[in-house]
Design a protein. Structure first.
Ligand SMILES: [Zn+2]
Length: 247
């Protein structure tokens, strides 16, 4: 029965799964099997802390948070679990934090591609890794610099997700701009990965100028859709003074 179910799950994917993906599906199935509903048990909501008399949201959050292995440092949890970006971007940011984006180095390690095909699609010179494609590649680095320039900021940037995120959060002190600043971080990460895939799978060539322009447009669109940010219609996004930049 279990084998059939796993087989069914594998067959239902849009494409044929790689062997390592089949292993992950099997692992997920094992977890599901171990935590399935049991007729002899009564349904209900439980949490470990018996001292909670009422519904303590913070207490439940802390309990769940501490049960994560390994836990995400609270200092960057707001980056990894940010709420003002679409789910597809949330997933990409989470994978970036875990360094689980399926970059060239990962695919070589799994024997899916040869090292000759594991280069960065942007610069075509370096091995594609999570930190390279998002931070240290000259295309990615230039993109972040353009973002800083957009906000009249300047700073040397770190190369790892956690250090970079902490630094990014500290660059803006005004409370009213915190959410849009955080959204910008998520939007850049997702957009770099999205653009990388378009180059990789559609042979699309992108210029930094056009990419940054589309990125600003996307930040404005997401801010409007996800945050209800007023005055950020796409047609005014490039008028920085009237849009999201500081007066
Ligand atoms: Zn590169």
């Amino acid at each position: 029965m279990e084998t059939q179910f796993v087989s069914g799950m594998i067959d239902e994917w849009c494409r044929r799964l790689y062997d390592w993906e089949i292993e992950e599906v099997r692992a997920m199935q094992t977890i599901i099997d171990q935590n399935g509903p049991k007729r002899e048990l009564q349904s209900g909501l439980m949490w470990n802390n018996k001292e909670m008399a009422s519904y303590p949201t913070n207490g439940i959050f802390s309990t769940l948070y501490e049960s994560l292995t390994p836990p995400i440092p609270k200092s960057i949890a707001s980056v990894v679990w940010q709420k003002y970006i679409p789910p597809r971007a949330q997933l990409t940011v989470w994978l970036a934090y875990k360094e689980k984006l399926k970059t060239g180095d990962f695919l070589v390690e799994k024997g899916i591609i040869s090292p000759q095909n594991a280069g960065c699609p942007f610069c075509r010179t370096e091995l594609e890794t999570n930190s390279h494609i998002l931070f240290t590649c000259r295309f990615a680095w230039s993109t972040w610099m353009e973002m800083l320039k957009w906000w009249n900021l300047a700073a040397p940037l770190h190369k790892s997700f956690s250090d970079f995120s902490l630094q990014w959060l500290g660059l803006i002190s005004e409370r009213k701009y915190k959410d849009i600043w955080l959204l910008s971080l998520g939007c850049v990460i997702w957009s770099l990965w999205y653009e990388r895939n378009k180059i990789k799978f559609e042979n699309k060539i992108v210029s930094l100028e056009n990419f940054v322009m589309s990125l600003k447009l996307r930040i404005g669109t997401w801010a409007k859709e996800m945050m209800g940010y007023s005055g950020c219609a796409p047609n005014v996004i490039f008028n920085a003074d009237s849009f999201i930049l500081r007066p």
